[in-house]
Design a protein around this ligand. Sequence first.
Ligand code: T1G
Length: 705
Amino acid sequence: MSVTPETAVSYDVRDEVAVLTIDFPPVNALGEPMRRGLAMRLEQAAEDPAVKAIVLVGANDRFVAGADIREFGKPKQGPGLLELQLMMEASEKPIVSAVDGHALGGGLELALAGPFRVAASRAKIGLPEVNLGLLPGGGGTQRTTRIAGPEVALDLILSGKHISASKGKELGLIDEVTDGDVTEAAVAFAKKKAAEGGPYPKLVELTDKVEKVDFAIFEDVRKKNARKWKGMVAPFKIVDCVEAACKLGPRDGLKFEQDAFQECLEAPSRAAQIHLFFAERTAAKVEGLSPDVKLKKISKVGVIGAGTMGGGIAMSCINAGLPVTILEAKQEALDAGLAKVKGNYDISIKRGSRSQEQVDKALALLTPTLEYADLADCDIVIEAVFENMAIKKEIFGKLDDVMKPGAVLASNTSALSIDEIASATKRPGDVIGTHFFSPANVMKLCEVVRGDLASDETIATAMAFAKQIGKVPVLAGNCEGFIGNRILRVYGGEADILLEAGATPWQIDQALKDFGFPMGVFLMRDMAGLDVAWRMRQGRIEAGTLDPDSPEYTPLADRLCEAGRFGQKTGSGYYKYEGRDATPDPEIVAMLEEISAKKGITRRELSDEEIVDTILASMVNEGAKIVEEGYAQRTSDIDVTYAFGYGFPKYRGGPMFWAQQKGLDKVLEIINANYKRYGDRWKPAKLLEDRVAAGQDWEGKPVAG
Ligand code: T1G
């Protein structure tokens, strides 16, 4: 049934109070029918002589989730948020917003345009526009600053965080918090305000928090975040708007904000971050599962291995309120693992990101054990031990004996075959990969790796479990390296080839950092340690699966390891180190000159553009191959994987989005030029060739213009 303004906002008068109920699924966003409905009902209430006050309520226990993100980039229809807010400010009858569930972005801004807000204690509020490459364009930067002061406004808007109703009350954003029915509480509050009589406060005209402001705070926050915000638009504009609220009058401040909002709307980062917003949600959907698939309920988790990964995974689970039994082979390893977890929590308390009470509550859910039998009643168990197939198969054999029927048996392996691990059990349908990223209590990505025999229930349950513990799940097939590491190996290899062509590690790293990566590929390798990959290469050479004489084999990393240069931990690798400070090392250039000469390569100057285009094109080509081979469901899943697990700058939307913005035809040109220069490994993905030939984007829609 299509939504009309009348159904999007219903009208009901209770005890001389008009209750306007917003019902615009799925999250009561400020879509056009809802905006039209709200304007109509506000007028109706203003004219209704039986009405002394007005309450705004969101249906389904949720207030308003903000602007309808699907409308961005399309022509605006119907009254805008600003018009609604002017109507609310002009109302002679007091307006109270009854906030339940969430009031986010434009939803909170709508509520702030009325004089009062009553919130359910479970409600969350926030201004998360920065996550979309935007800023609160409905007066949020102005009203929040004038209500709570510039420091609070900067913290709330730059972080995009959701805060509790009680925190909102403390900051002056909420007037009353109730544990009872929020509509009833709001109606009572509205009646009281009507009885007291107006005029009612216009929050955008408050002044006491913007009078004695130390304007140095704005320059400080710009300087402190300059590196992190490089290439972005919204964060800088947010600071400008909060500063404007302390300098300009209310209406000029709103105008300043509108202009800044428009600039954010037009910036490429808005399209990129909104792409990721929807891509993240789409990634959680599994195509082709049987329609009647039943999720298994996860209420108890087992973790095997209390090392960095096991401890981090356990933290994610207990932070989500799930009891965890964590197992190690030896007491000292268990003790060390628990100490590391406690240490991580101590840091979060010091940083203020968690309270002692929250930490105590989480730790109370963590039960250490040395006995497999203690895992028997867990609904899922996640193995996070050393990357050795024999050890994993032994563990899964034990789990097969111990775990209750139907329990999900997951491995955190980053590269080993899930099918082979599953073969160690008599229940391969229950086996799945859940590849977390270090530090697992921080990184959002979880690659859910489906083996050939994984059941639909197991796949769906693992995807839902990842979301339940606050992760971003992406379904991956069981190819080598799954999605992320398979692409990492490809673009890392191309970076090595660029070294032999004439670039240096620091030039490549800087070019990638200038593009927006937090760190370049060579510095990342030095931090991880070069010896692990070296041993794996040796193993593959011994096994005959890697030919050190092939033209693609780049010996530099071996040379470094043979010289004991394992990276930061040994004081040198691709760089020289003073502690953590990395500096370019002329010795590396000498080694490269010798390697290039031996291969008959004449070293040449490479531009940063060529470096970035080559590396990204190799990512895109591999990503397209992963999709067409069926190891990822869709190209946007490649973007989610890279943005949430591999540091790809979110304001660029991910490698596939970058290619689409640059033009798939242009990226195919780069790939074809490298195909000619380097041969087969650069063979263009058929999916890319087909899209370009058809003049379509990745989703098969015609490319505009
Ligand atoms: N617009 C359109 N669709 C939205 C939406 C939105 N704001 N928020 C969610 N959806 C869709 C989502 O795509 C999914 O669709 C379904 O709703 C459930 O979402 C002027 C400019 C509200 C906390 O950034 O944070 O206001 O996949 O899976 O886990 O200053 O959604 O079912 O088809 O996330 O219960 C600012 C974004 C906008 C809030 C609910 N607001 N949304 O979480 O459900 S910009 C936001 C969320 C703005 C103003 C500015 C979450 C949620 P589908 P979900 P959830």
